[in-house]
Write a protein that binds this ligand. Sequence first.
Ligand code: AMP
Length: 305
Amino acid sequence: MSVLVVGSIALDTVKTPVEEHADLLGGSASYAALGASFFSPVKLVGVVGDDFPAGEFEFWNSHQIDHAGVQRVAGKTFRWSGEYAWDLNTRVTRSVALNVFEHFRPDLPPSYRESEFVLLANIAPALQAHVLDQMSRPKFIVADTMDLWIETARADLDALLPRVHLLILNDSEAREMTKETSLIKAGKKIRKSGPEYVAIKKGEHGALLFGPDEFFSCGAYPLEDIHDPTGAGDTFAGGVAGYLAARGAARPTFADLRKAIIYGSILASFNVEAFSLERLRTLTLDEISDRYEMFKLMSQIEVLS
Ligand code: AMP
């Protein structure tokens, strides 16, 4: 089953303590769509300007990413620039130029409206809601958000939450949203505001999953070399939504969600190994399976001799 992915499509400039690269393909939807495409066909919704590299459309074609929902308009593509500190965890935004993103209204092509699985990657919650308003029968809706919307569009975000089945956010966002220091309390509190499931990402420390009666915690894949953490969260969300769409069950079980979180973590672990989407461009299903086996081994407590 396919998954509809809406979010930002950007040209990023990223600086780490050792490298800087400009005009890289980025944006929440670019990462999320490619992440999801390892498991399911994707229907992508976004906007790009006339400076956007034409080759990306060919790349999407070759990765079962339908781009009929990507609007091409006159002007410049959204640009974002960020700089990482030595821990590669802390990041400051250096500049944002909304360009064609400023007047973006995600209007869906008719062929997208019946999608059953939806990933609302990070964009303004009012735009995420506008996408849902156009859909005839979405069965499972995953949403991602960021601190900016918690701080500037809280009412829109609160209105969206009861419409969402799984909310994904990171640890600092969960704390900011709930004013709780404990992530366990924060996860439970966010569930009460609407989503049946909540996933809290903890960067290199893994992720937590909260359901109606169950709880799951997984570590991150231990990596020696991280080059660019940009888009890790979006790739995680893409992997989660793509895996759930591939399973196809309108009501995924908690076991499905646990596996989805592991696959999301695996995709994120590959993504950070290179700048932009470069590592994901060459990633194979065999490499994903190998890391899945490693996850299984690492989470075994009693090793059979
Ligand atoms: P992440 O590292 O998961 O926070 O995602 C980084 C990506 O988000 C970059 O590729 C940016 O282009 C994109 N981005 C940054 N700010 C925004 C925003 N306000 N709305 C949507 N996407 C954004």
